[in-house]
Design a protein around this ligand. Structure first.
Ligand SMILES: Nc1ncnc2c1ncn2[C@@H]1O[C@H](COP(=O)(O)OP(=O)(O)OP(=O)(O)O)[C@@H](O)[C@H]1O
Ligand SMILES: [Mg+2]
Length: 573
C-alpha cells in the first residue's frame, strides 16, 4: 500500500529540497504525445533538453515485451501488417484515458484494449512506456553532458529528481496508479513528484507572459490536450507565487474527440461491420486514413473543406457486404450534401468538419462561461496544449471571449517545461482549492435525526452506520506550507484485539454530506492501518487527511504505541 511506518514521525514525500538534486527531469505523459524536459541545477537557468514530443504509442511483441515506442512503434507495426504478421502483436494508442474514471474508483487491475481489441493489464503497458521514456531521458542526459560546455553532468541516476505530470481532474487512485507505474518502471517513489498539468502549465505561462509582478492578476489556464480539457484558475500573489482560486475543472473533451466524430461519421455511412472489417483487414490503409485526417484537421481554420484520399478498400468491403455502391448509399444518409466524391478524393464540407469540433468546443465554452460567472475578476484565458493550436478553435474562443484569450509561445510544450520549473520551485504554487468534500465512513452514536434504516445495535447500544465523517469541505483553500497543520480526528478500534483497520475514504461534491452512500458520493480509496490497542477499546488513533499537495496524504497516529504512518489512499480489493 505504499506506506512508510516507523516510530516517531516520518514522511515518504521527500522533495527536491531535501536531496542534492543535480538535474530535474519532467515527463509529460500525454494521451497522444509524450514530452520531456530537463534542467541542470548548476546552469541556474531552465534548459529544456528536449522540445520534441513523441506519439504515446506502445508496441509489445507477442511475448508482451516492449518492441518500440512512439513513431517507431507505428512504423514497425505497419511493416508487420504488410506481411500480415501483426495479429499477435499489441499496439496501444491513446490509453491514458483509461485512467480518467469519474463515477467509480479505479480498478488497479484495469485492462486496456489495443488496436485490434486484444486486452492487457493497463499497469504493464504504462510501466513499459515509462520505462522506455526513462531510458530515453537518461541517454539524452548523457548525450547532453558530452555536448555541454558548462560541465553540467549527471554522475548517477540518484542525482535525478523526476516530475511526472497528471491531469488535475484525475481522482486520487488514478494518480496513485501513475505513481505505481513509475515505481515499477524503476523510478523510486522518494525521487518522484507528481505534478498537475494545467498547474505547471500556469507556472510556465507566468514566466512566459511576465505575470510575476502583476500581483492580483487572475487568469484561467486551459490545457487542451488530446484526451482532456483541464482547467485551473490562478491569482498572482504579491510575492509572485500562485494561489489557486477555484478547484480544477474539465473533462474528456480534448482533440481526439474530433477524430472520434470523424470515425463515427464513417461508421454511420459505411456501417459498423464494414468499418471493423476494414480496420482489421486493411490496417495500413486505415492508419493512413487517420493520419491524413490528422494532418487536415490540424490545418482546418473553419473556412476550408477537407479533401482526403478515399479509402478504396473500405468502399470495396462495403460494396461486397451490401451489394450497394457507396454513392447510392451516401444519398440515403443525411450526409448527402456534406460528403462528396471527387475523383479519388472524399470531400467533407466545412459544416461537417465544424460539427466534428463543435461538441468539444461547446463543452469548453460552457465550462469557461460557468467559471466566469462564478469567479470574478478574471483578466485572461490562457490557451495551452496541442488542441488549442487549432485555428478554428482559436477563432471560436476569440469571438466568444474577445481579447481575454491569450496564446503564449510554446503552448504545446508548456506542461513539460512548467513541470521542470515545478521540480525546483514547488513553493511557486502557494495554495490549492479542495475539489471535493472528503471524509471517512464511520459509525456514530444514533441520534433522532438519523435514518432508521442506518441504525445498528451493538451490545445494546444504538449506532448509526455509514456516516460521512467530514475532514475537509469542497472549495476550502489550503496553504501548501501549512497543509500539515490540519485537525486530527479521533477514531477508535471496534474491537480491543484488532490488529489492523481499514478506513474507507469518500469524496462528495456536496458541502455537508450526511451518509457515504448518498448520491454523488464516491469511494476514493482505502487506508489500511496497523494498530495495536493492546486490549484497550478506548485506545484511539488519530487521522489527518493532508490536502494541499498534488496527492492526498493520510497521516495516522497510533497514540498508544506512538507510531505515525503516512500513506496515500490505496486500491480497493
Ligand atoms: N493545429 C491543430 N488543430 C487541431 N488539433 C490539433 C492541432 N495541433 C494539435 N492538435 C491536437 O492536439 C492533441 C495533442 O495535444 P497535446 O500534445 O497537448 O495532448 P496530450 O498531452 O497528448 O493529451 P492530454 O494532455 O489530454 O493527455 C491531438 O489530439 C492533436 O490532434
Ligand atoms: Mg497534455
Amino acid at each position: 500500500m505504499g506506506k512508510a511506518s516507523s516510530k516517531g514521525k516520518q514522511t515518504i514525500d521527500q522533495t527536491t529540497k531535501k536531496r542534492n538534486v543535480e538535474v530535474c527531469v519532467s515527463i509529460d505523459f500525454g494521451t497522444t504525445y509524450t514530452g520531456y524536459a530537463f534542467s541542470f541545477k548548476k546552469i541556474h537557468t531552465y534548459m529544456f533538453g528536449n522540445e520534441r514530443k513523441m506519439p504515446t504509442v506502445v508496441l509489445l511483441d507477442p511475448d508482451r515485451k516492449l518492441a518500440a515506442f512512439g513513431s517507431e512503434a507505428t512504423t514497425k507495426y505497419l511493416e508487420l501488417c504488410e506481411t500480415n504478421e501483426h495479429e499477435g502483436w499489441y499496439l496501444f494508442e491513446r490509453f491514458k484515458m483509461a485512467l480518467f474514471v469519474q463515477d467509480a474508483p479505479l480498478d488497479k487491475d484495469i485492462e486496456i484494449e489495443e488496436i485490434l481489441e486484444k486486452k492487457l493489464k493497463a499497469i504493464d503497458v504504462f510501466t513499459e512506456a515509462i520505462k522506455y521514456i526513462k531510458t530515453e531521458v537518461i541517454s539524452a542526459l548523457r548525450h547532453r553532458t558530452i555536448l555541454d560546455t558548462t560541465k553540467a553532468e549527471v554522475k548517477s541516476e540518484a542525482d535525478i529528481h523526476w516530475v511526472l505530470t497528471v491531469p488535475a481532474i484525475w481522482n486520487d487512485l488514478s494518480k496513485k496508479f501513475m505513481r505505481d507505474a513509475a515505481i515499477n518502471a524503476g523510478i523510486p517513489s522518494e525521487v518522484l513528484t507528481l505534478a498537475l498539468e494545467p498547474e505547471v502549465a500556469s507556472l510556465f505561462c507566468k514566466k512566459q507572459l511576465r505575470y510575476e509582478d502583476s500581483s492580483g492578476r487572475r487568469y484561467i489556464v486551459l490545457d487542451l490536450g488530446g484526451g482532456t480539457a483541464d482547467i485551473t484558475i490562478h491569482e498572482v500573489n504579491p510575492d509572485g507565487t500562485l494561489k489557486e482560486i477555484h478547484q480544477p475543472m474539465g473533462g474528456d473533451f480534448g482533440g481526439t474527440s474530433v477524430d472520434q466524430m470523424f470515425v463515427r461519421t464513417l461508421i454511420q455511412v459505411f456501417g459498423a461491420p464494414a468499418f471493423q472489417n476494414f480496420k482489421k483487414n486493411s490496417m495500413c490503409e486505415y492508419k493512413d486514413l487517420m493520419q491524413k485526417f490528422e494532418e487536415k484537421k490540424c490545418r482546418f481554420d473553419g473556412q476550408n473543406k477537407i479533401r482526403i484520399k478515399f479509402p478504396s478498400q473500405l468502399s470495396e468491403i462495403f460494396v461486397r457486404e451490401t451489394n450497394e455502391s457507396f454513392e447510392s448509399s451516401l444519398r440515403q444518409t443525411h450526409f448527402e450534401n456534406d460528403i462528396n466524391l471527387v475523383t479519388d478524393k472524399m470531400v467533407l464540407s466545412v459544416k461537417l468538419v465544424k460539427s466534428f469540433f463543435d461538441d468539444a468546443i461547446d463543452k469548453i465554452v460552457r465550462l469557461i462561461n460557468d467559471l466566469l460567472n462564478k469567479v470574478s475578476g478574471i483578466d485572461d484565458i490562457v490557451l495551452v496544449g496541442g488542441f488549442s493550436e487549432s485555428k478554428y478553435l482559436q477563432t471560436v474562443m476569440r469571438s466568444t471571449f474577445g481579447n481575454k484569450i491569450i496564446i503564449p509561445s510554446y503552448q504545446s510544450s508548456a506542461v513539460q517545461h512548467g513541470a521542470v520549473i515545478y521540480g525546483y520551485e514547488q513553493k511557486g504554487i502557494a495554495s490549492r482549492v479542495c475539489k471535493y468534500t472528503y471524509g471517512i465512513a464511520r459509525m456514530m452514536e444514533f441520534k433522532s435525526y438519523h435514518l432508521l434504516s442506518k441504525r445498528v445495535t451493538i451490545d445494546g447500544v444504538d449506532f448509526c452506520d455509514d456516516i460521512f465523517y467530514k475532514h475537509i469541505e469542497i472549495g476550502t483553500t489550503v496553504n501548501v506550507a501549512d497543509a500539515q497543520n490540519v485537525e486530527a480526528h479521533e477514531y477508535f478500534p471496534s474491537q480491543s484485539e484488532m490488529r489492523n483497520a481499514v478506513l474507507e475514504v469518500y469524496a462528495s461534491p456536496k458541502q455537508n454530506p450526511m451518509y457515504v452512500d448518498e448520491e454523488g458520493c464516491q469511494l476514493v480509496g482505502l487506508v489500511k492501518v496497523d494498530i495495536d490497542p493492546k486490549g484497550d477499546i478506548n485506545s484511539k488513533f488519530l487521522v489527518k487527511m493532508i490536502f494541499g499537495g498534488t496527492e492526498l496524504r493520510i497521516e495516522v497516529t497510533d497514540v498508544k504505541n506512538n507510531i505515525v504512518t503516512i500513506s496515500s489512499v490505496d486500491f480497493i480489493g
